[in-house]
Design a protein around this ligand. Structure first.
Ligand SMILES: NC(=O)c1ccc[n+]([C@@H]2O[C@H](COP(=O)([O-])OP(=O)(O)OC[C@H]3O[C@@H](n4cnc5c(N)ncnc54)[C@H](O)[C@@H]3O)[C@@H](O)[C@H]2O)c1
Length: 306
């Protein structure tokens, strides 16, 4: 195709994609049917993982739960069964350990089948200033929040590729798009998770595997206990999110093949402004939004809540 024709094609399609996006502001997208899909959720023993399991269950899926918290998974499994899951299987799996991920993944493939919706949700936070964070916790954060995603993809993507069918869901964070003072290792791990999911998503498109969708979830603080003690300066602009609301939004994003889900909506604006504003204005706005003090009162999850 020559330059003029190709440019014209890009201009017309760009126009159409914008019109299409505008229409979808008013007309909801068609939702896909996920009944019978095999859904694996890591970190399903509490918080968002548990609530997503409940939401997926309501669509008649088969659920596979992974966590290091056996009691938590039992509770989630009970809830998922009550909510309509056709079957629920749960496995102890420490996602920070590559060999364990591969071993348990093989067990899942033998006992349940090939996973078609993979939700990388397990996550931890150190909650210390970088120089105060022990090396072991920094390494663990990278292993759970990002490296684990490599290994679960390696384990479950081949079957999705063979069928050109599947969905990869990455529960990242707004801290994977905008850095936060006092969260260096967490931000690094979440930026990695976002970059990884984006890159493999593109790799799949480029190789014609467009039946495998990607959803990248970047929420601000959620009231699950993980970030207990953290405060938001202007709750109207940046509210601490309700976990049930987040789980429902994630399900809706999966059902409509939405690639990026940023919560609350203000995050779309903040993340767009980050790279275009003058740096000094960016810092000023960051201070105005309280970004410098978000972690000042961090306590995190107490053992009793687990
Ligand atoms: N809570 C928030 O404010 C918030 C905001 C943005 C993103 N997120 C992300 O959402 C995801 C879920 O967080 P949550 O708020 O539900 O927290 P949570 O602590 O309630 O849930 C995390 C789950 O991961 C499990 N887990 C931890 N280490 C594991 C390991 N090595 N192997 C397997 N499972 C492991 C925990 O046992 C727990 O059940 C995390 O990835 C988190 O980073 C949370």
């Amino acid at each position: 195709m020559n330059f003029l024709l190709e440019t014209l094609r890009v201009l017309l399609l760009s126009l159409w994609y914008n019109v299409e996006a505008f229409i979808h502001l008013f007309v909801p997208k068609r939702k896909k049917n996920i009944t019978g899909e095999l859904v694996l959720i890591t970190g399903a023993g509490s918080g968002i993982g548990r609530l997503m399991a409940r939401e997926f269950a309501a669509h008649g899926t088969v659920l596979v739960l992974w966590d290091i918290n056996q009691e938590g998974m039992k509770e989630t499994a009970k809830l998922a069964k009550q909510n309509g899951a056709s079957r629920v299987h749960y496995y102890l799996c420490d996602c920070s350990d590559k060999n364990e991920v591969y071993r348990v993944a093989d067990q899942v493939k033998r006992e349940v089948g090939d996973i078609s919706i993979l939700v990388n949700n397990a996550g931890i936070v150190t909650g210390k200033k970088f120089m105060d964070a022990p090396d072991s916790l920094i390494e663990k954060t990278m292993e759970v929040n990002s490296m684990a995603h490599f290994w679960t993809y390696k384990a479950f993507l081949p079957a999705m590729i063979a069928n050109n069918h599947g969905h990869l869901v990455s529960i990242a964070s707004s801290a994977g798009l905008i850095s936060v003072n006092g969260l260096a290792d967490y931000c690094a791990s979440k930026f990695a998770a976002v970059g990884f999911a984006e890159s493999v998503g593109l790799e799949l498109l480029a190789t014609g595997k467009d039946g495998i969708k990607t959803t990248i979830v970047c929420p601000y603080f959620i009231n699950t206990g993980m970030f207990d003690g953290c405060q938001t300066k202007w709750p109207t602009l940046l509210p601490i999110l309700d976990p049930e609301y987040v789980a429902k939004k994630i399900l809706n994003a999966v059902l409509t093949d939405q690639v990026y889900l940023l919560l609350p909506k203000t995050m779309y604006l903040i993340s767009a402004l980050k790279t275009i504003l003058p740096m000094k204005q960016g810092i000023l706005l960051g201070q105005y939004l309280g970004a410098f003090n978000l972690m000042d009162h961090f306590r995190g999850r107490s053992r009793k809540q687990e």
